[in-house]
Design a protein around this ligand. Structure first.
Ligand code: EPU
Length: 336
């Protein structure tokens, strides 16, 4: 095991922020992790694809960079495949692999940045599907006892961008492998998201395949969300808030065009991007940072921006949303 001291994290976070970590360790295998635990290295922070963090300042900890690879079919029957994936694999590479095998289930989640280990952590989702739809189980190692544990779906408390690993078990486990159940045939497509239908219609595709859906999702994402290779960003910075139906109806009296997504429990989800756009932040730049011009939910670093500036901008937006609409929006990204 090799510790790199005072390592810049610039190429390890999609915001492209130049924070310095006290120590940096590549975790290529489970054994690397056991070595770290045996040496009692502390404090530790676990980093995956770096696509959902804001490095507010330098990191006074040893950063474990998850590089555990491998995609392996564990079992299969006529209809389904159980695939186990190293948590350091890039999510989109897994999606591409599934498409190359004609396995259905991941197509709506195409082009999401980040690693496989982060997918259950925040229950990634897009265009009508969340990862828990295909999730089967994961293997994780407890960071103090070193004990390995399998978590099945019902033990993960998946919710909207939530799991037990972000809450009750925060920072307690290192996820090493994740297993998904994918469909070999009779693919069930999820086309309810309007923009997917529009793209397919525009291309005259009447009987879409998982490949067509993936291509449509990629097209939509590219049109709305900045490519982190070109403009530093972390996808949606805030979660969409959920309010009561009565709260929504009250707001709608003042904002007649307020969009809503009714939830199964009777509450209503409101797009935070709409709220942020309404208070005038969409496309706003402040020196090297700002709010993306096509998606107000995405904060950006045009290059050379500071994590603390992005953090302050986020606070300002949060406060102004609260002042205008009486809604407290929560960050989706993890703040280090
Ligand atoms: N909207 C605006 N202005 C904006 C942005 C959005 O008015 O600047 C309104 C529009 O009414 C639009 C609605 O918000 O119709 C929804 O926008 P969009 O389809 O872009 O989705 P979102 O709710 O802003 C969520 C996820 C995204 C995911 C998309 C598509 C969250 C926090 N974000 O964004 O996930 O790709 O839906 O399913 O739930 C991510 O988590 O990092 C992420 C990118």
């Amino acid at each position: 095991m090799q510790i790199q001291h005072n390592q810049s994290l610039k190429t390890y976070n999609t915001f492209g922020l130049d924070a310095i970590a006290k120590g940096f360790i590549h975790i290529i295998s489970v054994n690397d992790l056991y070595e770290v635990l045996a040496e009692n290295i502390k404090p530790i922070k676990i980093l995956g694809g770096g696509s959902n963090i804001l490095l507010k300042a330098d990191v006074d900890a040893y950063v474990l960079h998850n590089e555990i690879q491998g995609i392996e079919i564990i079992s299969e029957n006529q209809n389904q495949v159980l695939v186990e994936v190293g948590s350091g694999e890039l999510w989109h590479n897994l999606v591409l692999w599934s498409l190359s095998q004609n396995l259905g289930g991941f197509e709506n989640l195409s082009l999401i940045p980040g690693s496989v280990g982060a997918a259950p952590m925040q229950n990634i989702g897009a265009y009508g599907i969340e990862q828990d739809a295909t999730f089967f189980s994961l293997k994780a190692i407890h960071m103090t006892s070193g004990i390995s544990k399998v978590f099945f779906k019902h033990e993960c408390n998946f919710g909207y961008r939530e799991s037990i690993f972000k809450n009750d078990l925060k920072d307690q486990y290192f996820i090493t492998h994740v297993s998904y159940l994918l469909q070999k045939q009779n693919h069930v497509l999820h086309l309810e998201y309007g923009a997917i239908k529009d793209v397919l219609h525009h291309k005259n595709i009447i009987n879409p395949t998982i490949h067509d859906v993936s291509a449509a999702v990629i097209e939509i994402r590219k049109s709305k969300l900045p490519d982190p290779k070109e403009i530093g960003n972390s996808g949606s910075f805030f979660k969409n808030p959920v309010v009561s139906r009565a709260g929504y109806d009250h707001l709608k009296l003042s904002y007649t065009d307020l969009p809503c997504y009714p939830q199964e429990d009777g509450n209503v989800k409101i797009p935070a991007g709409w709220l942020i756009e309404k208070i005038g932040y969409k496309g706003k730049t402040m020196g090297n940072i700002g709010v993306h011009k096509n998606q107000a939910l995405v904060l950006v670093n045009y290059g050379g921006g500071k994590g603390s500036d992005i953090y302050n901008l986020a606070l300002e937006i949060k406060n102004n949303v609260a002042k205008t609409f009486g809604i407290d929006i929560q960050t989706e990204v993890n703040i280090w």
